[in-house]
Ligand binder design. Structure first.
Ligand code: NAD
Length: 334
């Protein structure tokens, strides 16, 4: 029996997480889901977006499965996603994007894994006003050599363990010579320990262009926090949208699995959201828990349903079905 903290989240979160949990339970894997709250819903109910009981639950279980959490824009509380990643030191954010039979995309056979540093850099949101009249503000990007080393080491080890051929270190070291320069330096050094993996490095703006003109040159991409956030959405766009991209947040002794997308307020409450991304995050979690057979069964069932193209949500087929109907089709295909 595995103990997993379950956070359903905001917006489309409860609908897609309920669907995914039903599918995972249908495999017969024994998981004790310990429900906890976070995000806007928790804030409205308890006056805090991250109740202590939620942190305590993850501290105990060391594995969490979560739906997206809403973060207010420009004001209000800071991102609970960022806080959880920092609190549990979940330094590696692994975001795989690949094309699917049954989903029409501009390119075929794309298979890119973005490994994003998850605890430091500009995305940390360390900001303050400069001067008294609040007409200037500053964001601080802190990069440490230890932080660079461990994420780049993670990416190369991930590549080796998962039979990948190449790691591209993505940076902006021509302009950010100290911070991105340190990241690039760590990349060059660590690559020497992995002669079996091809090493490449590229500037982030060039990567954006190459990803939409020649995406097959990319295999594993490792990059800093903000660049990784942006590039993984770009990768999502290449393979059929955000509904298909999962994310694993991995630390030395804890892990949190979620979709890459957010709470999608524009389609919340309509039973329209694609549950695939959070299901794929569930597959990553099952593999992490050693439940590889159940993970493979769900993967096959999902591939069958998506390839058939009928019992899928409307982001994949305008004549498609609801979130729950897609979930039921996946269970039938298990
Ligand atoms: P979003 O990812 O929620 O939505 C972007 C677009 O993609 C929308 O048009 C939405 O309808 C569509 N989309 C997203 N998921 C989908 C799915 N499963 N099926 C079909 N279509 C889907 O991004 P946003 O609108 O910029 O952000 C909304 C909120 O989510 C914000 O508060 C943001 O902070 C939060 N957010 C949370 C996470 C997280 O919890 N990890 C990640 C990203 C954004």
């Amino acid at each position: 029996m595995h103990n997993v903290t379950l956070i359903k989240g905001d917006g489309i979160g409860p609908a897609i997480v309920d669907t995914a949990v039903k599918i995972i339970d249908a495999t017969g894997v024994e998981i004790n889901w310990e429900q906890a709250e976070a995000g806007m819903g928790a804030y409205e109910k308890h006056g805090t977006p991250l109740p202590d009981t939620t942190v305590a639950s993850i501290e105990k279980n060391r594995v969490a499965y979560k739906g997206p959490l809403t973060t207010p824009m420009g004001k209000g509380f800071r991102s609970i996603n960022v806080e959880l990643r920092k609190h549990f030191d979940l330094y590696a954010n692994v975001r795989p994007a690949r094309t699917w039979a049954g989903v029409t995309t501009p390119f075929k056979d794309i298979d890119i894994v973005v490994v994003r540093e998850n605890t430091e850099g500009l995305y940390s949101g360390i900001e303050h006003y400069v001067g008294r009249d609040q007409r200037a503000a500053e964001a601080i990007k802190i990069i440490t050599r230890d932080g660079c080393d461990r994420i780049i080491e993670y990416a190369f080890k991930y590549a080796r363990d998962n039979n990948r051929k190449k790691v591209t270190v993505v940076h902006k070291a021509n302009i950010l010579k100290l911070t991105c320069g340190m990241f690039l330096e760590a990349g060059k050094e660590i690559a020497k320990n992995y002669p079996d993996i091809e090493y490449d490095q590229k500037i982030v703006d060039a990567v954006c262009m190459h990803m939409v003109t020649d995406p097959h040159q990319f295999d594993v991409i490792v990059t800093t926090n903000l660049f990784g956030d942006i590039l993984s959405d770009l990768a999502a766009g290449l393979v059929g949208g955000l509904g298909l991209i999962p994310g694993a947040n991995i630390g030395a002794d804890a892990a949190l699995f979620e979709a890459v997308h957010g709470s999608a307020p524009d389609i919340a409450g309509k039973n329209l959201a694609n549950p695939s991304a959070v299901i794929l995050a569930g597959i990553m979690m099952l593999n992490y828990l050693g439940e590889t057979e159940a993970a493979a069964r769900i993967q096959n069932a999902l591939e069958t349903v998506i390839e058939e193209g009928k019992q899928v949500t409307r982001d994949l087929n305008p004549d498609g079905v609801s979130t729950t109907a897609m979930g039921d089709a996946i269970i039938a295909a298990l």
